[in-house]
Structure formats: C-alpha cells, structure tokens
Design a protein around this ligand. Structure first.
Ligand code: PRX
Length: 660
C-alpha cells in the first residue's frame, strides 16, 4: 500500500478544483479565508483558540487562561474553565429549533429504522445517567463500554460524561482477553454490554466475552455489569452483579443535573496499538477534545442545519467518538447510525442507505471503498450507478492511505464528479482531523490528504528534527500543541513522553507516520515508521501479535510483518518457529488454523494472520537480531535480492517462502 502511495506522489498530476457551489456557501469559504485563519492562528495562537473555545463551547465556569505549557509536553488547555460535554452536545440545543430535529436515524442490521430527536436523546441520556448514578457511578470513575453499534452505545457514552465518568469503549470485535486487559488497566468499576449483536443477518453473543474477561482476574473493582438486551439470546446470569439495562432504567427520571468538570478532566480513554506488545490507553481531555471534534466537524464536513451526515465507523474507534458521538451532536447535525455491515443483505447496502436517508455527507474508510469496488465489478447489480446518490455533496475517507485508483472511483462513481472528497489524515491521539482538503477551499489531488487545518503546524523532518524540503520523505510531526491532542497514556506518563515527544526531535509531536510534502505544500502519507500495521484501517502492533503467538504452548518464536493487500491495505503475515519439528502438508494447515483461532481469542478476529509460515528458525544476524526487512520481502512473495551476508542462517529464507 505505502509503495503505491509513494509512487503516486511521483506520478499523480491530476488536480480537481473545489466546486463553486460548495465554495460559495461553505463554513470555511475560499483559499483566502483559509490562509487568513491559518495566519491568525500562527500569529497569536492563544487568541485564536481562546476565541474558538468561547464561541463554540458552553462553559459553566469560563476559563481565563488558554494554554498552560508549563508542564510540556503535558499541555493544559483552558485549565481553569469548567463545562459538561453532554450539555454541549444536547442541553444546548433544547431551547432552539434543533431540539425537535432528528439527531439520530438508526438503521438496524435487518433494515428497521428508528428516529430520535435531540429532545428525546437528551431525555434518554438523563434516564441512563440516573441509572448509572443509582449504581454509585460518580465523577472520576472509569466505565468500560462493550456494546454493538446502537443508540444505546451513544446514550451510554453521553450518560458517562454527563456524570463526569470517564468512559473507555472497547470495540465489540475484541476478545475477552483484550477486554480483560483494558478493564484492569483503567480500573473500571462497571461494564456496560449487551447480550449480543446483530451483524450480517446473524446474532452473535457478546456477554460471554465479558463473563470470561471478568473471570480472568484483576477485575475486583468491577461492581456491576449492565446488560442491554439486543438479541434476546440466552445469557448466563450472575445474580448480584448483572443488571438488565431495562430494569435499571425503569422509573428513572428524564432530568439529570449535569456534573461540571474541569476542562482537563479525562473524558475518555481509548486503547490503540503501539510498537510494544501492550496497547496504549490514549487519554483525552474534556474541553479541548470536544472543541476540536466540533471545529473539524464544521470545517471538514461543512455541516449545515439540513445536512444528513453518515460516518460508517464503529463507536469503538476514535472515528466513532469524534464523528458520531461528539462532533455531530455538538454541531446539532442529523446523523445516520448503522448497526450492520456494508455487504448485507448485499454490497449495495451503503448506496441504498444513502438513497433512503438522503445522506449529504458520507464518511467511510478506503478498505470499505476497495471492497465495494470489487463487489461492484463482480456483481454489477450492486454498483452505485443503480442508486440515486444526488443528495451527496461531500464524501470522506479515513484510516489509511487511499490509493489514487480507489479515490477516482469514489469521486466519479459515488460522488458523480460533483462532490468534494475529503481524505482526512488523523489518529486516535490527535482527537480530530489534522490534514485534509476542505470542501470550500482546497483543490483535490487523488491520494493526498492535502494541507493542515488552521491552527495545526505540520512538518516533515529528519530523525534529528530538521525540517525537510518538498519532495523528501521523512517523519510527520506537529510543531505546536492543539486542544484535541492526547494528554497522557493512561497511567504511564513516561511512555507518553517517549512515544510522542522524543527528545531528539526537540519537543514536537511525533505522529509515527512517514510523509512527504510536494511543491504545492500538499502532504502525502507513506505509512507507519514504527512496527504498527494498518489492516482495514485498524491499527495493529506487530509486537502485540507476536506476544500473543508466543503465548501459545506450541510456539517457540514468532515474527510478524505486514504485506501490501489490495483490499485491506496490509495483511498480517506471521513467521513461526514451533517447539517441535516443522509441520508439513495437512498438519501445517491444521496448525495454522489453530494459531489463527488462538490469535482471535487472544486479541480479536481483526488480528488473525492472513498467512502463517513455519520454519526451523527465523532469519537472524549473527548478533541474533531478526531481519524483518527480509521477512517483508519473503512475505510479499518476492525473491530476496538484498545482501544476506550478515545472516547467520541464509538457508532459512527458502523454507519460509513456502506458504501453508
Ligand atoms: O498511519 C496513519 C493512518 O492511520 C493511523 C492512525 O490510526 P488510528 O489511530 O487507528 O486512527 C484511525 C482513524 C483516524 C495514522 O497514523 N491514517 C489515518 N488516516 C489516514 C491515514 N493514512 C493515510 N491517509 C489517511 N487519511
């Protein structure tokens, strides 16, 4: 994937100017206005951010200071201000025409549609918050949310922040082991889950993973498990610990006094993979996070009162946090929330839903686009051309580089050459978009995420922090703090500093991506520089998969690398040395399956290796270092042309070339 992008920066010459109709009415309109805002933010950052925070957020106690950098890189934004996030997403709309506007159009897996207005959503959040409070939840507690895509998931997150409770959402695809690690790490006092989830016409259990996670130990702080009944399937019940959500909420008042929190109070912790075996708990603040989610929702998606916004992400990822639960609600938008999968009942589901709900701003991932391109090629009936997509005006992409071919298909077949394509580069740690074209501003280049948003100072530097000229690849860094930035790795400030503000770069934020700028100032992302893979837009640490593999009783050693893949961006390839002879034939196939299932159990199905290769050993230097560079070549099926003279055991490469 990254190779494709590097190629494209050298060859991609196409430029598509912004559409006059979009420019005219845009929230941020025209290159001049954009540049003026960038200049204002550069000249006086405090004045810029202070004004945005005063105008866009509702404060219960106004702030007097914008940025406290005295403990950098732990930056504190609006430190003496207080507010409540749920007030900023819901209560603030109550006295306005937005109160009776639809906040959420929920479409279930089976197609059933439920609409909730802002007034109703506010009431539901209050009822839920009262339920949580009745279980003793209070400001400062941490609650784990392990729910399917549902109105309840959004309500649960909003109810937490209403009480000042810090939520940590775990994606429903993670295993009980991953869930256990997160429960232990945040010290959760409560878990909110569902009996099961509906996906692709099937009912899948969810609660057993919570039961298993809690049985694994270290979870003594968990007092209650709240269970939302979604599928009606059988569940094991732990009397005294488990509570049905409907029982908890019965009779609760629909009024709930919001708890004001300090601007820096941790609103949520979201785990993401890094370059070690243990995922990082990315800790976000309250005011700064919401401000950035709202500002970027307004700029990038150009949200207007009559827009229908649809972000297809799951609330278990940062995209769902910023662009389902917080940004769009704070902006008073109407949004579609989808329970199911893009391929059920057929691969036309997205296009059909855009048509049915008159979606005007659509936001999805390149991996989804690439798989729908393939589907449309093999089953012409589900090609977007068969659907009325006239309502669309902006279409977005997130999570991984979008290759120019996929970009062109998205632009022509979905956007019908009249929609802005916003290729948004950002991360769990950045809280919101950082680099992206803007619908009313930026000429678009397929495959480039264009330029930084106002207030964001991005640069490409070498390993000593020296800024590189256009056309030179290097490390992507952000030179100034911004309100939406990560505040800490939960419980591990040392890791926070080392991972994101390494000394040798002189105090700038290190994104972990390589990039290059072209002569027009456009950024082209080339991929990760650390041992992090991007599989279908999901971050996965190679060390994480390796530690899971060596935890298997049969495995002596393992090395994991990524291989470019047409659909998923990258695919996981695992090289495994067993504590016994190298298996062959049917036995190798069987063991490969066992190990894949093991990974699904240890981490989650998204981490399953696509390919497992067995060998007597791994290619190592004489000092014992695994040569991953060679493994990447072998994983691609290419022949090794690199110098292998430093290798202890060159013959091993042949053995590892054979896939099982
Ligand atoms: O490598 C970049 C890639 O995804 C990483 C962040 O992953 P995560 O924290 O899971 O957040 C995903 C959703 C924001 C980045 O370090 N990435 C994200 N967006 C893009 C991208 N790579 C290229 N182009 C993008 N638009």
């Amino acid at each position: 994937m990254s190779n494709g992008v590097i190629q494209s920066v050298l060859t991609e010459k196409r430029v598509f100017p912004p559409f006059p109709g979009l420019v005219e009415n845009a929230n941020l309109s025209g290159m001049q206005a954009y540049e003026a805002l960038c200049e204002q933010a550069r000249r006086d950052p405090d004045a810029f951010w202070g004004q945005q925070a005063r105008e866009l957020l509702v404060w219960s106690k106004p702030f007097t200071q914008v940025l406290d950098a005295s403990q950098a890189p732990t930056y504190r934004w609006f430190p003496d201000g207080e507010l409540n996030l749920s007030v900023n997403c819901l209560d603030k709309h109550l006295g306005t025409p937005t109160a009776d506007k639809t906040a959420i159009v929920f479409e279930a897996d089976d197609g059933q549609v439920t609409r909730v207005s802002y007034r109703e959503l506010h009431a539901r959040v209050c009822v839920f918050a009262n339920g949580l409070a009745s279980l003793g939840c209070k400001k400062g507690d941490r609650v784990i949310i392990y729910l399917p895509m549902s109105i309840e998931a959004i309500v649960a997150m909003q109810a937490c922040v209403r009480l000042g409770v810090t939520h940590s959402v775990v994606f429903g695809g993670f295993s009980s082991k991953s869930l256990n690690e997160r429960i232990v790490d945040v010290g959760a006092s409560l878990v909110i889950t569902a009996d099961g989830q509906c996906r692709g016409g099937r009912k899948l259990p969810l609660k057993p993973a919570v039961d298993d996670a809690l049985a694994m130990g270290g979870c003594d702080a968990v007092r209650k498990v709240v269970v939302y009944q979604r599928t009606g399937g059988e569940v094991a019940w732990n009397e005294g610990r488990d509570v049905w959500l409907h029982d908890l909420l019965a009779g609760q008042s629909d009024q709930c006094e919001p708890v004001p929190v300090e601007a820096e109070h941790p609103s949520f912790i979201l785990y993401t993979s890094g370059s070690t075996g243990k995922p990082k708990g990315v800790q976000h603040a309250s005011a700064g996070f919401l401000l950035w989610a709202l500002m970027t929702t307004r700029w990038t998606f150009d949200i207007k009162p009559d827009d229908v916004f649809w972000c297809t992400a799951d609330v278990g990822w940062i995209t769902g946090h910023s662009y389902i639960v917080y940004g769009p609600l704070a902006a008073g938008a109407t949004q579609v929330v989808f329970e199911g999968v893009p391929t059920y009942p057929n691969a036309g589901r997205f296009w059909e839903m855009i048509q049915r709900h008159h979606v005007s701003v659509f936001y999805t991932a390149p991996t989804a686009i690439r798989s729908l391109i393939k589907a449309a090629e093999s089953t012409p009936d589900v090609h977007p051309r068969h659907y009325t997509l006239d309502s669309l005006r902006i279409i977005g992409s997130v999570g991984e580089p979008i290759n120019p071919e996929a970009w062109m298909w998205y632009y022509t077949q979905v956007g019908r050459e009249r929609c802005a394509v916003v290729d948004t580069w950002w991360q769990t740690e950045t809280g919101g978009h950082m680099l992206t074209p803007l619908p009313g501003v930026t000429p678009m280049k397929p495959g480039s995420c264009a330029m930084p948003l106002p207030g964001i100072e991005a640069a490409v530097v070498d390993e000593h922090g020296k800024e590189l000229e256009a056309g030179h690849g290097g490390l992507l860094v952000i030179k100034r703090p911004w309100p939406g930035m990560i505040r800490n790795v939960w419980g591990d400030p040392e890791r926070f500093r080392k991972s994101y503000f390494p000394e040798e770069l002189g105090g700038v934020y290190l994104a972990g991506d390589s990039a290059q700028k072209d002569a027009d100032g456009y950024f082209w992302i080339m991929g990760r520089v650390d041992d992090v893979l991007n599989v279908s837009g999901h971050r996965l640490g190679t060390m994480e998969v390796e530690s899971a593999l060596v935890a298997h009783p049969l495995v002596a050693e393992a090395a994991v690398v990524g291989r470019p893949d047409d659909t998923t961006g990258e695919a996981v390839v695992a090289f495994v040395v067993l504590k016994r002879d190298v298996p062959e034939g049917a036995e190798a196939v069987e063991l490969g399956k066992q190990l894949r299932d093991w990974i699904a159990k240890e981490i989650g199905p998204i981490a399953k290796p696509r390919d497992i290769r067995f060998g007597e050993n791994l290619p190592k230097t004489r000092s014992g270092k695994i040569m991953r560079r060679l493994l990447r070549t072998v994983a691609k099926g290419e022949s090794v042309t690199q110098d292998v003279s430093t290798l202890e055991n060159p013959a091993i490469l042949d053995q590892l070339s054979k896939s099982v």
